[in-house]
Design a protein around this ligand. Structure first.
Ligand SMILES: Cc1cc2nc3c(=O)[nH]c(=O)nc-3n(C[C@H](O)[C@H](O)[C@H](O)COP(=O)(O)OP(=O)(O)OC[C@H]3O[C@@H](n4cnc5c(N)ncnc54)[C@H](O)[C@@H]3O)c2cc1C
Length: 458
């Protein structure tokens, strides 16, 4: 007899919710977490960064107070200890609530320790072996540390250790000009640090369309973030209390000296110390656990959810994974990963909200498409708020009239994108959204107007 009906490893975004559903269905479960309940999102990802972004925004707006006719006496100062304390308070509330919920959940036994497979249906935690016919992996990912000469000889920060900072780095050098690096870059610039971003690709956020990348580089540059693209880091060394980063760009080598170094070049799955070989669970070349459209691994009775399966890298994709697994197991509802539409946001200010295909992807697909764009300078809500950076772009399939994708880089772009995303899920022609009466004055009210201005994609 197995010890439990199910074992869940990892208290990220899908594991705890799944525990609630399984227990509700009468299953006896073991829940294993090795460190912080809530995982990356709650402790070192979305929640703390967006809380810090809010502090940075307050500082930025205070500096711009005169633009709005508001007088603030003296210079704007940022109290980094108070900023961190505010962030810690928000994080602790979320983590403690989740931990308490799991530990008091009837039918759920929590084990605090690192779990490893010892057999396909058995894991060991703190020297104790637990067995179950169903095992769910929600083990997440961590920062990738590249093999750069000298990096192991200098102190460097990741998204996790950044959470302990309660002082202002004089000069923060960030390796990586993508989503994580850019949020930290703008945030610390607004706190008052000098910030340099080093990116190997020819542009920032290189997966986005060129116009989006350039607009982001423009507003970060205007705020004083030093952006170095097409720059390969070839070495790092300590120089007194500083860190020197050697960079090659266009065949020339130069040096950037900062007081602190943040490594934000990507993520890798936490699958290297999970004993997957003992269970025969297959991974791809980068260590992501291979799953099918219902998130089943190659070993019957083992599922992988969240960042560790390589099918998404967001809190909402991990949460959607939970919904898919629960629907298939408990509701006889055959939900699939392939049902979902790509969607995410970048929380710079202004934020970027994205849904579906980029313009580059549409072009590559060879589809006959229509496009409409509008600068935020022509959105009255943005003008009224004095926040007119960015633009919105929507792409439509000319034949089916369905929306293919959108990028909303501008005020409330992370919210506005949802009116487009929901119409994409509804699989209705764009004309349904074009005829909707939206509220004035909002950014979203311009979406129907934009859809009335579609032009062939040249
Ligand atoms: C700086 C940053 C900002 C981000 N911002 C956003 C954002 O704004 N929006 C968004 O959607 N996404 C964001 N993300 C991504 C998001 O945080 C993750 O996609 C999300 O947390 C999903 O993670 P998960 O459920 O796969 O697992 P995680 O949240 O990574 O949790 C995995 C858990 O498993 C535990 N674990 C691992 N191995 C074992 C083991 N062997 N035994 C026991 N326990 C184990 C870990 O301790 C951890 O608690 C951000 C990420 C970072 C780094």
């Amino acid at each position: 007899m197995p010890d439990y009906d199910a074992i869940i490893i990892g208290a990220g975004q899908s594991g705890p919710a799944l525990a609630g559903r399984l227990v509700g269905a009468g299953l006896k479960i073991a829940f294993v977490e090795r460190k912080l309940f809530g995982g990356t999102c709650v402790n070192t990802g979305c929640t703390p960064t967006k809380t810090l972004v809010a502090s940075a925004y307050a500082a930025h707006l205070a500096r711009r107070a005169a633009d709005y006719g508001v007088t603030i006496g003296g210079t704007i100062k940022v109290d980094m200890k108070a900023v961190k304390a505010r962030k810690d308070g928000v994080v602790a509330k979320s983590r403690d609530g989740l931990e308490n919920w799991l530990k008091t959940m009837e039918g759920c036994t929590v084990y605090e320790g690192h779990a490893r497979f010892v057999a396909p249906n058995k894991v060991a935690v703190n020297g104790q072996e637990l067995s179950a016919d169903r095992i769910f992996l929600n083990v997440g990912a961590r920062a990738t540390i590249p093999e750069i000469p000298g990096l192991d000889q200098v102190p460097y920060l990741t998204n996790s250790s950044m959470m302990d900072i309660d002082f202002l780095p004089a000069h923060l050098v960030i390796l990586g000009g993508s989503y994580i690096g850019l949020e930290f870059a703008q945030m610390y610039r607004r706190f008052g640090s000098d910030v340099t971003v080093i990116e190997a690709s020819p542009r920032l956020a290189a997966r986005e369309d060129e116009d989006v990348s350039h607009a982001i580089a423009d507003f970060l540059g205007e705020e004083g973030v030093d952006v170095r693209v097409k720059s390969e880091v070839v070495g790092v060394e300590k120089q007194g209390n500083s860190v020197a980063v050697k960079v090659q760009s266009d065949g020339k080598t130069s040096q950037i000296v900062g007081t602190h170094l943040l490594v934000a070049i990507g993520r890798r799955p936490n699958t290297d110390d999970l004993g997957l070989d003992k269970a025969g669970i297959a991974t791809d070349a980068r260590g992501y656990i291979q799953v099918d459209d219902q998130l089943r691994t190659n070993v019957p009775g083992v599922w992988a959810l969240g960042d560790c399966n390589g099918r998404g890298a967001f809190t909402h994709t991990s949460w959607n994974d939970y919904e898919i697994v629960a629907a298939n197991l408990l509701d006889n509802d055959k939900r699939r990963v392939s049902d979902r539409i790509q969607a995410y946001a970048l929380y710079t200010d202004p934020p970027l909200g994205r849904a579906g295909m980029t313009e580059a992807e549409v072009r590559k697909s060879g589809k006959s498409a229509l496009v409409t764009t509008r600068p935020m300078e022509r959105v009255s809500r943005a003008v009224e708020k004095g926040e007119t950076k960015g633009f919105m772009k929507i792409l439509v399939d000319r034949d089916s009239k369905q929306i293919l994708g959108a990028s909303c880089l501008g005020l409330a772009g992370d919210e506005v994108i949802h009116c487009i995303l929901d119409v994409m899920y509804a699989k209705v022609p764009y004309t349904v959204l074009q005829r909707a009466m939206h509220i004035h004055p909002t950014v979203s009210e311009l979406i129907p107007t934009m859809l009335g201005e579609l032009q062939p994609l040249q």
